[in-house]
Design a protein around this ligand. Structure first.
Ligand code: ATP
Ligand code: MG
Length: 463
């Protein structure tokens, strides 16, 4: 019963008068009813309609009704079967129930008997459908539940406040699509969730989909759903993301990587708010808002003909760009305090004190992994720390720990690299100028000259 409306019932019985009467009664009771007197005709009806209930006489001439039962239950697992048995034939009833019959009726029966059976079937089918919906939703919810609870927005810099204001503005227009751009780990998904949970769609699903994580052959059916049997492996009807997030938000992560053929289908769905399951013809309307994100230069992808311009226009009604952490160093301190508190609670550790130098040091780091990197740093520091004071050495940056050059150093800007090298040498030598100069391969005078040139203060806390 994929439809909300009428229960569809098929009668298979060779007793003409009986089927006619029952058929008429069912029609009058508001059901869609079909009457057949042999298995061939019944098969045609089963193939052409979405039958919910088969009322089957197990005493058909020339064929064993139990074989029919077994056959249809295999081919149509969702179909419920009520058998009609002769009076006193309990043996057949028991075998039928074992083969999956839902109920039985003993001939002769009154209309009230069949009514009760149908009501029971209807309730059962209704519950089944609800359960399936809940299961489908749960599989998506469980993935996102953890993050759903853990929704924070920390940041004091004017740049990030602008982002936050834009997110709140977007949440007031629950039908406007939003494109969020920014480097990896800047908090794109975080902002997407904030928009969803501050909007009128908040009681419905936020469904996060990363299409590059789904194999190409499954992409279409994951998005649009499929009808049972539409391809090998499609063992039952299934809803796709567009249907699952009806009234909610579909978050398309990493859209720049979406295959071109899917792009045109997504565009159509976004424009028409109607989808058709794979292998089906029936259009289904669904109401969703798309928030998408990318860390790539999407305009460049358009120029390279890898992303459709019309889709970009459709997704980009509101554009929110999240600047990288290195462009808003004021946010490092509140973020670090937040993450340290968060992990110390999570890991059951007492309160920590963070030394001031930690902040000033991290403000000079380039954070190629942005907020995610800072968060990981905080977790690592708490796990490895012995006492409850966190110092600079508790926060090794990628460049220090792997011995590789940081992004900052990779730049060819001589001036910048000089500042960075001087700073690092001083840090590593614990501000011993002779040692630092040794590390740099220059004299102490040369080091002091450079420190003055770049306005380094000579005292260690004033850098
Ligand atoms: N302003 C913020 N305040 C607190 N935590 C944040 C903030 N922004 C991001 N985070 C946290 O940082 C982590 C990375 O954020 P998120 O996953 O949203 O980044 P992203 O831009 O989607 O990353 P990617 O490009 O790698 O998918 C998450 O754990 C998120 O909770
Ligand atoms: Mg992300």
């Amino acid at each position: 019963m994929s439809k909300q409306e009428k229960l569809e019932i098929l009668i298979l019985d060779d007793e003409k008068q009986f089927t006619e009467e029952l058929h008429e009664f069912l029609q009058k009771s508001g059901f869609e009813s079909f009457e057949t007197s042999n298995f061939q005709d019944a098969n045609l009806v089963l193939a052409a309609h979405d039958i919910d209930l088969l009322i089957l006489d197990v005493w058909l001439p020339g064929i064993n009704g139990l074989d029919i039962l077994e056959d249809v239950k295999t081919r149509y697992p969702k179909l419920e079967v009520v058998i009609i048995s002769a009076h006193g034939d309990m043996d057949t009833v028991i075998r039928a129930v074992r083969l999956g019959a839902f109920d039985y009726l003993r001939k002769p029966f009154r209309h009230i008997d069949i009514q009760i059976v149908i009501e029971r079937t209807q309730k059962y089918l209704h519950l089944q459908r609800k359960l399936k919906l809940v299961e489908e939703r749960n599989s998506l919810i469980s993935k996102t539940l953890e993050e759903k609870i853990d929704r924070h927005f920390i940041g004091i810099s004017p740049l990030i406040r602008k982002v936050f204001d834009a997110a709140l503005a977007a949440s007031k227009y629950p039908d406007a699509n939003v494109l969020i751009t920014g480097e990896s780990g800047t908090g794109k998904e975080n902002i997407a969730r904030i928009i969803h949970y501050s909007s009128t769609r908040k009681d419905h699903l936020f469904c996060a989909v990363n299409s590059s994580a789904i194999t190409d052959s499954l992409l279409e059916s994951e998005f649009f759903g499929h009808k049972k049997g539409s391809f090998t492996g499609a063992i039952s009807d299934k809803m796709g993301f567009f249907e699952v997030c009806n009234n909610g938000t579909l978050f398309l992560d990493e859209i720049a990587d979406m295959p071109l053929n899917l792009q045109s289908k997504i565009l159509r769905a976004a424009e028409e708010k109607t989808i058709t399951r794979v292998g089906d013809t029936k259009p289904i309307s669904t109401d969703f808002r798309i928030i998408s994100s990318t860390n790539l230069d999407i305009e460049k992808r358009v120029t390279e003909k890898k992303f459709r311009l019309d889709l970009l226009h459709r997704l980009n009604t509101v554009n929110i760009h999240i600047p990288p952490l290195r462009e808003r160093p004021q946010d490092i301190e509140p973020l670090l305090i937040h993450f340290i508190n968060m992990f110390s609670q999570k890991l059951n550790r007492p309160e920590f004190t963070i030394q001031k130098e930690v902040f000033s040091e991290l403000k000079h780091y380039s954070f190629p992994g942005n907020i995610r990197e800072l968060k990981n740093m905080a977790e690592r520091a708490i796990i490895l720390s012995k006492g409850n004071v966190l110092e600079v050495h508790d926060f090794p940056t990628k460049a220090q720990s792997s011995g590789q050059l940081s992004d900052e150093l990779m730049s060819l800007d001589l001036e910048k690299n000089e500042i960075s090298l001087v700073r690092k040498a001083l840090l590593v030598s614990n501000y011993n100028q002779t040692k630092a100069a040794d590390l740099l391969g220059i004299t102490r005078h040369a080091l002091i000259r450079r420190m003055k040139k770049h306005q380094f203060k000579i005292g260690k806390n004033e850098m």
